[in-house]
Design a protein around this ligand. Structure first.
Ligand code: ATP
Length: 875
């Protein structure tokens, strides 16, 4: 039988073919297969190799012109300047390559962090493993929200529906079956097969893996999953646009300077070299790459702090977030559920007080243990924490009364192994119910659990110690009262009901139940939630709780962690549905808690905030949350409890599911933006100084202050390190004291331009003062002094650009990279000035001690003035 016909054979034949039993593969066999078949990964399209990246650094118009200039100067006998130009270009290309590789690595590690996992059965036990370890023959459990990570044949399907749009282009969900499909049908018609890259949108299934890695259908469609093309972020795009506009302006200036040089009878080659070097010195080619590098470092830091950025754009938007809509369970709370009290027949019980010989108690336990997909392996819960809390509760009883349980055939293992599940309708957060059908004591029985307000209305009977009787409204009111009491204490409440019935189980059968009881559980708030909520309020960000839980429970928790304050409103999904869009928009600022919401409600909430001009972050974990995550400016998925579907739709994944991590990510996002802005200020103000100095001497008819080599030296070597160091400035507490940034405001505001030009003017003035002092001796001395002063002043200026505050408040040592960059820059300058052998190469004259003192003093002046201005402004 060929692989092509896997859908034609029976499950039994299939299991034989893959030599696997219902217990799954053994660990040893799986390891063997992994060595034989390789990892379950898709090979990426070929990347540029390091030499290719290095060569691509020369594919810049200005660099090409410089290379031509170097060649011309070699032919005209000026070998020294040829060597210097080439040397500087090579060093620059090495730096560029290193930066590219580093940025690429950090993006790769991020991509790895967000790759999906899978649930397999191995050695008879269900466990979660990284998807790369899946091998042909593995039995994989598929649940709503999972991403399918290999091709396989369905062994058992429980209403499984998948979205195969990544393969077939068909966006509607397709139903899958475990029956044999006859014939050689097309991929879309193989209803008993699922394919890598599809998403489980509904139901549950077990599948046997038939192909992994490049053998999968997805792997065969070459290029489809090839490394996602790196797209530029809006900031990079706007900077690119700015750079190219600026480049045109600078080229015009260069043309003017070129003409002036010719007019002054410089040789054509010298004039050209000068104009080109001026262009290199003035055009900020590094802007866009500074953004890439600072963002790459920022995202790496965020990943260390548990926020995995999937979309670089999110780093920019994080700084503008003004509303954070967060789930309650697991994000604001610990998601460590523990059963508290149980309410049956108007009485409260502790778990160990349940009487196993009492039929009502017994059915409640059947419902809690069998109507449950979680499991506990090595004391670790797998699945939904609400569900394994029920198993833990059962284990507590089991430990106390093990012998009675055995007698009553109520041991967990006996129950779960012996009772065969006939049908099921999985839990979904819209219905807020879960139902399964079992054969109990020879009678087909539907067991259902879910939210009290949903299930109680579907109950017509109640089970008591003396049998089953119709339920009165008064009894329902009592149960509602009890639910209210539990909820006011912040407890999560599940209700349990059943019915004996022959009918097929689907959502239309979830009526006419017999009520069994309520189980309450605690899920304490995370310790850091209250502080994170307070921090977000200080940072001008509105935290909002959105939960599927009961309103009273939600408000109790929201009040405890500070999201809900007196005077705020709490709304249920039903109340939200009754509101018009304009009513919602009007009231939204007062609403801090939404309870019993459906995933569709989330979209309306995001849109209403967005219409009010806010940048909204929304968390989500379920399969139906994907549209809301996409709609939000920053969709945030949960790394631990989140479905693969939600992770796929999100811009950021929290690897610890923690609300506090979002706030940390916001601080980091603000920091990245601030650092980029400061690095740009540093580069542009330094370039402005160079341009102003050259323009000044050109217009005054003075000798050219810098040789091309000087300008290349400054711009390509000494400038790049301080700019990077500014990009590494650590985040500080003050970042969360400011209001969110206006998303419509670019970096290059009027204020920014004024600062840039002022600082550029100060540095140019210092350099020109040094130039005039040198000019009293010779033009060579003037040029050397101007060059040294400009370089040193720009190196000092690196400290000014670290933040808006003075260096005394920032602390000189708080960013050690800026100290390294300064030291490296000064050392390079010292080499050029003090090593006589380099004098002719770099066209510098010998400097007497007084001149050195003057250079240091003048270079330091702009920094002193800028620091004084900062101190005055902050006062
Ligand atoms: P959040 O949206 O903050 O994560 P949540 O986890 O409470 O909150 P849902 O998971 O949508 O939201 O749960 C909504 C309600 O459905 C719960 O209050 C509970 O009554 C019920 N419920 C939750 N989990 C299950 C389950 N596994 N089986 C049956 N009912 C459940």
């Amino acid at each position: 039988m060929t692989q092509k016909n896997i859908w034609n054979i029976s499950v039994k034949e299939l299991m034989e073919k893959y030599q696997v039993t219902e217990q799954g593969l053994t660990t040893a066999r799986a390891e063997e297969l992994r060595l034989e078949k390789g990892e379950n990964i898709l090979q990426e399209s070929r990347r540029k190799s390091i030499p290719e990246v290095f060569i691509s650094q020369f594919a810049d118009l200005l660099v090409v012109i410089l290379i031509i200039a170097a060649a011309i100067s070699m032919f005209s006998g000026n070998t020294e300047s040829t060597i210097v130009i080439l040397l500087v270009l090579v060093i620059n290309a090495i730096l560029g390559t290193l930066q590219h590789v580093k940025a690429q690595r950090s993006l790769d590690s991020l991509r790895q962090l967000s790759s999906p996992g899978a649930k397999v059965i191995r050695d008879g036990v269900k466990r979660e493993i990284p998807s790369k370890d899946i091998v042909p023959g593995d039995i994989v459990i598929l649940e709503a929200g999972d991403m399918i990570v290999a091709d396989g044949r369905i062994l058992h399907s429980y209403s499984l529906q998948v979205n195969e749009s990544s393969l077939t282009g068909e966006s509607a969900n397709v139903e899958k079956t475990d029956a044999i499909i006859e014939g050689d049908v097309a991929l879309a018609d193989r209803a008993n097969m699922v394919y890598s890259g599809s998403l489980v949108t509904y139901g549950r299934a077990e599948m046997l893996v038939t192909a992994t890695g490049m053998e999968t259908e997805l792997g065969k469609i070459a290029g489809l999953m090839n490394a996602a093309k790196e797209r530029k972020t809006p900031l990079q795009e706007s900077l690119d646009k700015f750079s190219s506009r600026l480049a045109i302006l600078i080229l015009i200036i260069c043309a003017v300077v070129f003409c002036l040089c010719i007019y002054r009878r410089m040789t054509l080659l010298d004039s050209m070299m000068f104009a080109v070097a001026l262009a290199v010195a003035a055009i900020p080619e590094a802007l866009s790459s500074i953004v890439t590098i600072v963002q790459a470092f920022g995202t790496q830091k965020m990943a260390k702090e548990n926020a995995i950025i999937k979309n670089l754009k999110a780093v920019e938007s994080l700084g503008c977030v003004s509303v954070i809509c967060s789930d309650k369970t697991g994000t604001l709370t610990q998601n460590k559920m523990t059963v508290q009290q149980i309410y049956i027949e108007d009485r409260l019980y502790e778990p160990d007080q349940l009487d196993l010989l009492n039929q009502t108690h017994r059915y409640l336990l059947y419902d809690a243990v069998l109507n449950n997909d979680s499991s506990i392996v090595d004391d670790k819960g797998i699945g939904d924490p609400t569900e394994y809390a029920l198993l833990e509760m059962f284990r507590r009883i089991e430990a106390d009364t093990s012998s009675i349980l055995k007698e009553a055939n109520m041991h967990e293992d006996i129950l779960r192994q012996n009772m065969q599940r006939l049908e099921e309708v999985p839990f979904d957060s819209d219905r807020k119910l879960m139902s399964t059908k079992y054969m109990l004591h020879g009678v087909p029985t539907i067991l259902t659990k879910g939210a009290v307000d949903v299930l109680l209305d579907r109950c017509d009977y109640v089970r008591c110690s003396d049998g089953i009787r119709p339920m009165t409204e008064a009894e329902k009111d009592k149960i509602r009262m009890q639910n209210q009491l539990f909820s006011e204490n912040g407890l999560r409440v599940l209700s349990f009901a059943y019915k004996e019935s022959e009918e097929n189980l689907d959502i239309h059968a979830e009526y006419g139940y017999t009520f069994l009881g309520l189980i309450s559980m605690v899920d304490p708030p995370r310790e850091e939630s209250a502080a994170a909520v307070a921090a977000s309020k200080r940072a001008g960000i509105r935290p909002v709780m959105i939960t599927g839980d009961h309103k009273v429970t939600a408000v109790a928790i929201a009040r405890r962690i500070g999201i809900y304050e007196e005077g705020d409103l709490a709304l249920t999904g039903a109340e939200l549905d009754a509101m018009s869009d304009s009513e919602l928009e009007e009231q939204i600022a007062q609403i801090s808690v939404y309870a019993r919401v459906s995933p569709e409600n989330k979209i309306r909430i995001v849109e209403a905030w967005q219409r009010r001009g806010n940048i909204v972050s929304m968390t989500g974990d379920g399969v139906n949350d994907a549209p809301a995550l996409k709609k939000a400016d920053i969709g945030v998925a949960m790394g631990i409890t989140g479905t693969e579907v939600s992770k796929d739709a999100a811009d950021m994944i929290l690897s610890d599911d923690n609300f506090a991590t979002i706030i940390k990510a916001v601080a980091n996002g603000r920091n990245v933006y601030r650092n980029i802005k400061n690095a740009i200020l540093f580069l542009l103000s330094g370039n402005t100084a160079g341009i102003l100095a050259v323009l000044y001497t050109s217009l005054m008819g003075l000798p050219v202050p810098f040789t091309p080599v000087h300008l290349l030296f400054i711009n390509l070597l000494t400038d790049s390190l301080p700019a990077l160091a500014i990009g590494m400035e650590p985040a500080d507490d003050d970042l969360l004291k400011e209001k969110p940034r206006n998303p419509r405001e670019g970096i290059l505001t009027r204020g920014f331009m004024i600062t840039m030009i002022t600082q550029g003017l100060l540095i140019a003035a210092a350099s020109m003062t040094a130039y005039h002092i040198g000019l009293t001796v010779s033009s060579a001395m003037a040029s050397t002094m101007a060059f040294a002063t400009l370089t040193l002043a720009r190196l000092f200026h690196g400290f000014n650009c670290r933040g808006s505050e003075s260096i005394f408040r920032l602390g000189l040592t708080s960013n050690r990279y800026s100290l390294y960059a300064f030291t490296a820059g000064v050392s390079l300058l010292a080499l050029v000035i003090f090593i006589p052998g380099l004098h002719s190469v770099f066209s510098v004259a010998d400097l007497p001690m007084t001149a050195l003192g003057q250079i240091v003093g003048l270079a330091f002046m702009p920094t002193v003035l800028i620091q004084i201005m900062k101190i005055i402004r902050h006062r």
